[in-house]
Design a protein. Structure first.
Length: 99
């Protein structure tokens, strides 16, 4: 698109979700889904669209929750480190150290 001496280029990134869904969903959640899908489209490049995937969203949330639990456990010193030496069961020797 030409505007005087300047050339303008327009691109679009679209996030798509569907209604109705298997679970009850309100308008705010529907907009958040479309917004999340739009950001994924933007990350993929210009002139793209992305469909919201509820299963992928659950997987990402589960991973995030697991990471948060690990962070909390680390901060609360809930991990205990045990040393387990590696030994060749046939020879009874430890493997040679790697350089």
């Amino acid at each position: 698109m030409q505007s005087g001496d300047i050339t303008l280029q327009v691109s679009a990134s679209l996030g798509v979700t569907f209604y109705p869904q298997a679970e009850e969903i309100d308008a705010d959640q529907l907009l958040r889904q479309a917004d999340q899908a739009m950001y994924q489209a933007k990350q993929a490049g210009k002139n793209r669209y992305h469909l919201f995937d509820a299963e992928e969203d659950r997987s990402v949330r589960s991973r995030y929750e697991s990471l948060e639990q690990i962070r909390h456990a680390l901060a609360a010193n809930e991990f205990v480190l045990y040393y387990q030496p590696k030994v060749n069961m046939r020879t009874g020797r430890s493997p040679a150290p790697k350089p």
